[in-house]
Design a binder for this molecule. Structure first.
Ligand code: 3NM
Ligand code: MG
Length: 511
């Protein structure tokens, strides 16, 4: 029997997680939402209660053709005719359980490290539960938090074994991190076959909806290369599509939701308006729940971060991730303070960013390669060679399966496979505040209207932005940074208007 491990529900009957809900109803709703296998886990109840509840759950899972496994209690599994058991390291040994339940039973084993994984696999387990991935209050006695890196190590070791065994990751997995868990744990070729969750479904007020959100995320794990991206390898192919995308932006006038710093609010809103987008400057995360559904994009700019704002960012991330709304992350001054370094970690572990835009210092910090204290939030001079810059952008994009734009005198744009250097722009951009931040706003607007190839969307945004800067600097009425700002807004506005007439003369300036 081929078992689908992709969304594995582990039950919990404690007040803290189940609350006053009825467990069989929760399980049935979760299956309707997309759960493919259920484990009845109850560490407290007596045998009679276990059998009563186990029978009820089994009636439901059978109706939906989903296997039911019992945690730890082999006798209970046998008594209720469950499809198998899940054994922790402190439970009955695999061989004894197999002898009792027979070759047809599904027997899963928890593995927290390499040796446990190897022993269970060679001992004939049907699947492994690998964890604890992230810290979780659900299970107090977790031995160690192994992270996705730990999962990856175990999968790598398993790939060298003769037996192939399905795996599920467990521990602190929820809608915000499920995709990261799935793609980051990928070893050489194969990742986990599924994720097991307790609280993400059982503690939710609507277990069907909670399961459906997870189901959707699992089925749509982002890949580096969309089919469309594969066609867009050549620079000329990419550039030829830019005018149509600029035009589409004007026609759709997408919502551009900015959660940005105190310094650039006004300029960012003006830039968004000039390029034809519809800005909203909303820093209160709860608002994102309404805004995320409007088809726009979110700019998450962590300049002037505070505890309140950080909480708002994570709330907003979740809201956008849930509906697949694009998010651009601007880790302003990421390496400047301990607070910001931690904020980066919090944000990166809370969800998925479609684009990360930053200067070299910021990208390094996000990668975890910080070179020590950064002075201010301005970009500073870079001493790295071109090859090193390409490596930074490419490595982060490949790791995150997203698009990275590393800005500087030359900008590097990468999706981990395709990497381009862009040499447009003007020195005045370095003499005004918020030029990097409002580039983020621009690119986010483009992400909202062109989802097929995010790298191309980002390319359209940066070219429009930097070429407008060149045009503005060349104007007679622009004499320095002060007159540059209004001239720049004018040029963005004129370019947006040009695009609607299918005139893309400006694109010839792309370098
Ligand atoms: N086993 P949640 S972690 C049941 O590491 C269980 O083996 C774990 O709960 C292990 O999805 C865990 O609420 C609890 O974090 C997972
Ligand atoms: Mg156990």
């Amino acid at each position: 029997m081929a078992v689908d491990y992709s969304l594995y529900l582990v039950t919990d009957s404690t007040q803290a997680i189940l609350g006053d809900k009825d467990l069989p109803s929760v399980v049935e709703a979760a299956i309707e939402g997309g759960v493919t296998i259920v484990q009845y886990r109850d560490k407290k109840s007596d045998t009679a209660d276990l059998i009563r509840m186990g029978k009820q759950l089994h009636a439901i899972t059978k109706k939906h053709n989903v296997p039911l496994l019992v945690n730890d209690h082999v006798g209970i599994a046998q008594a209720i005719g469950a499809e198998g058991v899940h054994l922790g390291q402190e439970d009955m040994d695999l061989q004894t359980a197999r002898r009792i339940l027979g070759p047809g039973a599904i027997i899963g084993v928890t593995a927290n490290n390499l040796s446990e994984a190897v022993v269970a696999t060679s001992g004939g387990a049907d699947y492994l539960g690998i964890g604890t991935v992230h810290a979780t209050p659900t299970k107090g006695n977790t031995k160690s938090i192994i992270g996705t890196a730990g999962v990856k190590n175990i999968l790598h070791r398993l790939s060298t074994m003769e037996q192939a065994i399905p795996t599920v990751a467990i521990g602190g997995i929820n809608a915000s991190n499920v995709q990261r868990v799935m793609f980051q744990s990928k070893s050489l070729s194969k990742g986990v076959d599924g994720v097991a969750v307790v609280s993400a479904i059982v503690a939710a007020s609507d277990s069907k909806a909670a399961a459906a959100v997870l189901r959707k995320s699992i089925d749509n794990v982002p890949t580096t290369m969309s089919p469309k991206a594969k066609e867009n390898q050549k620079v000329e192919t990419l550039l030829s599509q830019v005018p149509a995308i600029v035009k589409k932006l004007g026609e759709m006038s997408p919502l551009c939701h900015n959660m940005t710093n105190l310094v650039v609010q006004n300029l960012a809103a003006n830039v968004a308006l000039s390029i034809g987008a519809s800005p909203i400057m909303a820093n209160y995360g709860e608002e994102a729940k309404d805004l995320a559904g409007l088809g726009g994009a979110l700019v998450l700019n962590m300049g002037t971060v505070t505890p309140d704002r950080l909480l708002g960012y994570t709330t907003a991330m979740r809201a956008y991730n849930e509906v697949g709304g694009p998010i651009l992350f601007d880790p302003v001054g990421a390496g400047a303070t301990e607070v910001r370094r931690n904020a980066v970690k919090t944000l990166m572990s809370n969800g998925y960013f479609d684009v990360i835009k930053g200067n070299e210092n910021e990208i390094r910090t996000v990668l975890g390669e910080s070179m020590g204290q950064q002075k201010g939030v301005d970009s500073g001079a870079s001493t790295s060679e071109e090859a090193e810059k390409v490596r930074l952008a490419k490595q982060l994009a490949a790791r995150e399966r997203n698009v990275v734009l590393m800005t500087g005198k030359t900008d590097y744009l990468s999706d981990g496979e395709r990497t381009y250097a862009i040499k447009n722009g003007h020195a005045y951009l370095g003499n005004i505040t918020g030029s990097g931040c409002t580039l983020g706003t621009t690119i986010a607007a483009f992400l909202a209207v062109h989802k097929e190839d995010r790298l191309l969307a980002a390319l359209a945004g940066i070219l429009m932005y930097e070429i407008a800067a060149e045009q503005a600097a060349a104007r007679d009425d622009v004499k320095g940074p002060g007159t540059f700002v209004p001239g720049f807004l004018d040029q963005l506005y004129l370019m947006a208007a040009d695009a609607s007439q299918d005139d893309s003369e400006w694109l010839k300036a792309a370098k």
